[in-house]
Design a protein around this ligand. Structure first.
Ligand SMILES: *Cc1c(COP(=O)(O)O)cnc(C)c1O
Length: 401
């Protein structure tokens, strides 16, 4: 099937939906496409055009769209029980949490469940404060930690952070990879150092393993906690469940969200037993976090990761996609970075028009800092689909060469 073929009559009136949609868009971008349906890696808009989804809701749709097993598990759980706050136990949540701990090793032995990445990081920061009695944080330049009040001071991008301050926490930003700067920034007042093992929003920039090891050593020396934000890198996308597992460096707290529910909102703050114990009873909580629907979704994602070897496939297919994009992008692509299916294509030309042209050619991607285009397809993508992404991208890159 060629790019953007009309596969079925448009079920909706695109212009009318876009006009009505404007009412909820304060502070958001204006869309020009109405997505109505998805199947695996493919998305269809209201006019029946087909796209290969290499955005996946920004690394969210790990199982792709319209996954039958996920849909069935959600329907089944919805019939059984949707509401079970965390002051009671629930069988599905327990199964999900038990499964989750098959993918991470000690010292991560406790988890707090929430509904989003920002909430997962909010929890991490609260636990770090209460466990250390400190309120000073070190974070990375170009790092992204979310957009809610407690985490905004740790989000580097000034246009996201500055209009909404001042903030209660003291934060120092250092350049990723600059060992001297990190050494200087860490001190005995530091509650925690928070970083993404591969910086996502700033263009898929892997942080060197040696820097992660230094981060661990300095945190220990100063009695600070090490927090890995794996909200974008986690849940198998880089080929290991946590991107940090490839480095052998263990954090005290690890946050997950995006891919964990394959679209069903969920956040998780993994932590050591010692950190967990610092929170007084009732010191943190959430109404919806860890609800049985989200837990059912998470359980399907983890089961599919395992049974379909999706992490191993992410390594193989990610290498294939990176190699292919570099090959067909010669002349317009200056660098292809990443790990597994977390891929950043650094353009030698402005990225915005290329992203728009890719969309017109039936490949959905997303900007990622500077002139980088992120390719983050569902983990269920297959060889033929990877090759189709490369083929469609080749035509677009050629037009910009
Ligand atoms: C997306 C993201 C967040 C925020 O998650 P939300 O679910 O949008 O609140 C935090 N950190 C990283 C690394 C992210 O990619």
């Amino acid at each position: 099937m060629s790019a953007n073929t009309k596969v079925e009559p448009g079920p909706h009136d695109t212009a009318a939906i876009l006009a009505a949609d404007a009412r909820h868009r304060s502070g958001l971008w204006e869309p020009d496409v109405v997505y109505v349906r998805g199947e695996g890696v493919r998305l269809y808009d209201a006019d029946g055009r087909e796209y290969l989804d290499c955005m996946a809701g920004i690394a969210v749709a790990s199982l792709g769209h319209g996954n039958e097993r996920l849909a069935a598990a959600l329907a089944d759980q919805a019939r059984k029980l949707i509401v079970a706050p965390q002051n009671v136990a629930n069988d599905t949540r327990t199964r999900f949490v038990t499964k989750l701990f098959e993918f991470v090793e000690p010292p991560l032995e406790r988890v707090f469940l929430s509904n989003s990445g920002a909430e997962a990081n909010e929890a991490a920061i609260k636990w770090a404060r209460v466990a250390t009695g400190r309120n000073r944080f070190v974070a990375l330049r170009n790092g992204f930690s979310g957009r809610s009040g407690g985490v905004l001071p740790l989000t580097w991008e000034p246009k996201y952070r500055e209009p909404f301050g001042p903030y209660g926490a003291e934060v120092e930003f250092v350049n990723a990879g600059d060992e001297a700067a990190l050494t200087a920034a860490m001190n005995d007042r530091t509650a925690a150092l928070l970083l993404e093992p591969v910086q996502g929003e700033s263009g898929i920039r892997p942080v060197p393993d040696s820097y992660l090891r230094l981060a661990r050593r300095l945190s220990d020396e100063h009695g600070a906690l090490l927090i890995f934000d794996e909200i974008q890198t986690g849940v198998g996308r880089t080929g290991t469940f946590l991107a940090s597992q490839a480095s052998g460096v263990h954090a005290d707290i690890v946050t997950l969200a995006k891919g964990l529910g394959s679209g069903v909102p969920i956040g998780a703050t993994l932590m050591t037993a010692a950190v967990a114990a610092a929170m007084p009873k009732g010191g943190h909580g959430t109404t919806f976090g860890g609800n049985p629907l989200a837990a059912a979704a998470g359980l399907v994602v983890l089961s599919e990761l395992e049974e379909r070897s999706l992490m191993q496939r992410a390594t193989v297919l990610g290498a294939r996609l990176m190699e292919g994009l570099a090959r067909v992008g010669a002349g317009v692509v200056s660098e292809v970075r990443g790990r597994g299916l977390l891929i950043g294509v650094q353009m030698a030309v402005p990225a915005g028009p290329v992203i728009a042209a890719l969309k017109d050619a039936g490949v959905l991607t997303i900007a990622g800092g500077g002139e980088t285009i992120r390719f983050l397809p569902p983990l269920v993508i297959d060889e033929a689909e990877v090759d189709e992404v490369i083929r469609r991208s080749a035509a677009v890159f050629a037009a910009f060469a």
